[in-house]
Design a protein around this ligand. Structure first.
Ligand SMILES: [Fe+2]
Length: 224
């Protein structure tokens, strides 16, 4: 459970294995955070982990919070431990991509912040905005340790997507979302969790672009 007040330990002991995964993988294929990785010990993690029997490099982890206040408290600790806020905090998508047609994102608003940590990993913190939106439902049904999504850094998303299809993930769009800087392909499992394959053509700490988000949303709506 992500608590409002937790012990601040910016310099935790070195884990015996720095590549240890923060995840528990259930038999049905769902991902949950191990309890101990919901505190700042997380900062000491390598981005290289084993995920569904695949050695991967994590670009960003996403942590789901029940409300903005809890998220802000967690972010404060990240900053005290050397984290740098890159995106937000703010209401997504309105405060990040005001040019997007808001009708297309009805019911999908969230509070959003991303921070890069001294270990190099990016943490994305999100909290639902509405009582009945998908994030609230996910929290209610799966609990606070549920992983909303994890982004895997790859050289070529089209090659990587084949690997993840074989593991039971299905792409949410026919092709990757590619704005020329960030190339992203989002895949889902049966539980509704997302594996994001991300390829960075330019040096950046961005975890999304308005162009790519719009492309993904239009694909999702076309499939309905
Ligand atoms: Fe992401």
């Amino acid at each position: 459970m992500i608590e409002n007040n937790f012990l601040i330990d910016c310099h935790p002991r070195e884990p015996e294995d720095r590549t240890i995964s923060p995840f528990v993988e259930t038999k049905e294929g769902a991902l949950f955070y191990k309890q101990q990785f919901l505190n700042p010990q997380f900062l000491n993690l390598s981005s290289q982990i084993l995920l569904f029997e695949e050695q991967v490099v994590v670009d960003h982890y996403v942590l789901l919070f029940d409300r903005n206040e809890t998220l802000n408290n967690y972010a404060k600790t990240l900053v005290e431990c050397g984290g740098k806020i890159n995106e937000g905090p703010g209401q997504w998508p309105d405060e990040f991509c005001p040019e997007l047609e808001s009708e297309l994102f009805q019911g999908l608003s969230m509070y959003f912040l991303s921070a890069s940590m001294p270990s190099g990993v990016i943490l994305v913190l999100i909290a639902p905005s509405l009582p009945e939106d998908p994030l609230t439902k996910m929290l209610k049904e799966r609990g606070p340790n549920i992983v909303h999504h994890v982004a895997i850094l790859v050289d070529d998303v089209s090659t990587a997507v084949e690997i993840w299809k074989k593991k039971g993930f299905f792409p949410l769009s026919d092709r990757p979302q590619d704005d020329g800087s960030l190339c992203q392909w989002f895949l889902s499992n049966s539980v509704g969790q997302i594996i994001e394959l991300i390829s960075r053509r330019k040096k950046s700490l961005a975890t999304f672009s308005c162009n790519n988000i719009m492309g993904l949303r239009l694909s999702e709506l076309n499939r309905k």
